[in-house]
Design a protein around this ligand. Structure first.
Ligand code: GLY
Length: 254
């Protein structure tokens, strides 16, 4: 069974953390509708959607990806780089305890799940404004016994590594080369986003199926020309909060 953990949109989402975007009004009700459609898409892709207890007082809590790194053998509860987001992790740990043994990143380490891209037994981890060297070193030490390699990648100009690069097939990356040189990934095969769509690199691979935001038609066309068949959702309101399609779920096999 494939689980997708999600968390409701906070009515306070307009007060979210922002790093690279200008603040603009966010319609929380519309964001919640888009989130519900996103959950329906996850079900269409074969996931059982389970919602973690809501945290209406935590503006960014819908972006559950940042709170944990879930692997087959273990889940690592993160220590998010934004202090306002640290209270998000406790309820996610409670929800994950049923499925995985837990480990945790401790102070002074910081790590956001949005900075962690797993490709097989390698985890590419963004050294970003949210994830520090201590957090990456802790993740490396925690995962070494399970046979994972942790490689740091410098991220500048993007919030998270997965703002700039995600997997669109088990052996194929989608990359925004303006934010991250594709060569950072050991010569892995890659497609580039259309240069007019810098935020398009954030796509969610669920098994062999792909979920993308519908805001990036040129990049979607590139994916289709490559033989991929992405399902699309409107995530425009959540995008104003600097979140993409990977940010709103933690997907794993139960
Ligand atoms: N608003 C998403 C984040 O900054 O974490």
């Amino acid at each position: 069974m494939r689980i997708a953990l999600t968390r409701a949109v906070s009515p306070e989402i307009a007060r979210c953390e922002l790093t690279h975007l200008e603040r603009q009004p966010i319609d929380a009700a519309r964001a919640a509708e888009q989130h519900a459609a996103y959950e329906r898409a996850l079900r269409e892709l074969g996931c059982e959607v389970r919602r973690v207890a809501p945290a209406p007082e935590l503006p960014d809590s819908v972006f559950i990806e940042d709170t944990a790194v879930v692997l087959d053998e273990v889940a690592v509860i993160t220590r998010p780089g934004a202090a306002s987001r640290r209270p998000e992790t406790a309820a996610v740990a409670d929800a994950l305890r049923e499925f995985r043994p837990l480990r945790a990143i401790d102070a002074p380490g910081t790590l956001d799940g949005g900075d962690v891209l797993r490709v097989g037994r390698t985890l590419w981890v963004g050294a970003s404004s949210r994830t520090n060297a201590d957090g990456i070193a802790q993740l490396r030490a925690l995962l070494r016994p399970f046979g994972y390699r942790v490689e740091a990648v410098a991220v500048e100009g993007a919030l998270h590594l997965k703002s700039a690069a995600t997997l669109v097939a088990p052996d194929l990356l989608l990359v925004n080369p303006a934010w991250l040189p594709p060569a950072a990934f050991d010569g892995m095969a890659h497609l580039e986003v259309d240069p007019t769509e810098p935020f398009a690199a954030n796509a969610l691979l669920v098994g062999t199926r792909l979920l993308c935001a519908d805001a990036f038609p040129r990049t979607l066309e590139r994916l289709r020309r490559h033989g991929l068949d992405p399902l699309t959702v409107d995530a425009s309101e959540l995008a104003k909060a600097e979140g993409g399609v990977t940010c709103c779920s933690l997907v794993f096999e139960a």
